[in-house]
Design a protein around this ligand. Structure first.
Ligand code: ZN
Length: 326
């Protein structure tokens, strides 16, 4: 008769025991809610592929964020969705750019009580829908860098706490960092999209931002999802160039990459729980195939367990409304 000396099930017997010995806890302070801000006034359009997420003009956005602030949201990421698009992404620049104006309004109202980060990329502002400027049919890396840096400086001047360059041009973190230093904004954070993969999971986001490329795809600048070690090279470059936080995007199909980055650096590691991951949960919950709350908690716990300190997630508002972490 084999004697059992250790029984792992003892630590799983009751909820209080399980909660006491849980190895991973989701920290509310590490969660960031993304928003989409568009031109106009009184605009609030639900994004069809992302139930519960809206494109809003800045006046409406201010009300939404006031409600979310009351719920407990303190950290946000803004994406601009301008009407005007051209070859050189003019609408991304200057104090009147749609996201920059919203940043200024928010910082004016909340100051340091709301952490405002903003996306830095050109795809919502170019008529090609590509993340950089084109030379012929190709995305021209070096011609794009000064534009990204100028966009960053406009956002920093508006009071933006943190810039999130998501374009995947080579050298952009360094360009932005140097421009911020020279422009008098040495305190502005850079949340670098270190390992951003050319993913199918972005589908609903492109719908939200009207940013699908008209021609071609993004495989010439975003990472190939067959590659793991390449993320280490991107990490080295981003650290060298002055990134404060490094990010993996998407999250759920890239837990190995999150874990690699967590072990390779002492900088904070972020992960983007992207639109397609959000839409899968929402659509399955609508079909009553899964319980939304437990699936969201399982997903965010997995991302945290893999090593993410910070998670950008569209689920944050629902989590607070339902007191899911309570
Ligand atoms: Zn882009």
């Amino acid at each position: 008769m084999g004697e059992i000396f250790y029984r792992p099930r003892r630590l799983r017997r009751t909820r209080l025991i399980r909660d006491m010995v849980a190895e991973t806890r989701i920290a509310i302070d590490g969660l960031i809610q993304p928003y989409f801000v568009c031109d106009g006034a009184g605009v609030r359009q639900e994004i069809e592929s992302m139930p519960g997420i809206y494109r809003e003009s800045s006046d409406v956005l201010m009300k939404t964020i006031a409600d979310d602030y009351a719920l407990g949201i303190r950290r946000i990421m803004l994406f601009g969705v301008p009407e005007a698009k051209d070859a050189v992404a003019s609408s991304a620049l200057g104090p009147d750019s749609v996201a920059t104006k919203a940043v200024a309004m928010l910082k004016d109202k909340y100051g340091d009580d709301l952490f405002v980060s903003a996306d830095v990329c050109l795809c919502a502002y170019t008529d090609s829908g590509h993340c950089g400027l084109l030379s012929g049919d190709a995305v021209d890396n070096d011609r794009t860098l000064p534009v990204l840096a100028e966009m960053s400086l406009s956002l920093a001047k508006a009071g933006c706490d943190c810039l999130g360059p998501s374009d995947m041009m080579d050298g952009r973190v360094g360009w932005i960092r140097e421009t911020l230093e020279q422009g008098g904004f040495p305190q502005t954070l850079i949340l670098a999209y270190t390992a951003k993969y050319a993913s199918t999971y972005y589908g609903p986001f492109r719908d939200a931002c009207h940013s699908a490329p008209g021609k071609g795809d993004r495989k010439g600048y975003q990472m190939d999802w067959r590659n793991r070690y390449e993320a280490s090279r991107e990490l080295e470059l981003d650290i060298e160039e002055g990134a404060d936080i490094v990010m993996v995007k998407p999250a759920l199909a890239y837990l190995d990459i999150i874990s690699d980055l967590r072990q390779a650096t002492d900088l904070p590691v972020a992960a983007y729980n992207v639109s397609g991951e959000y839409a899968m949960v929402k659509l399955m919950a609508r079909q009553k195939l899964v319980d939304e709350k437990t699936m969201v908690l399982e997903n965010l716990t997995a991302i945290t367990r893999a090593g993410a300190d910070i998670i950008l997630t569209y689920h944050l508002r629902d989590m607070l409304k339902g007191d899911w972490l309570g």
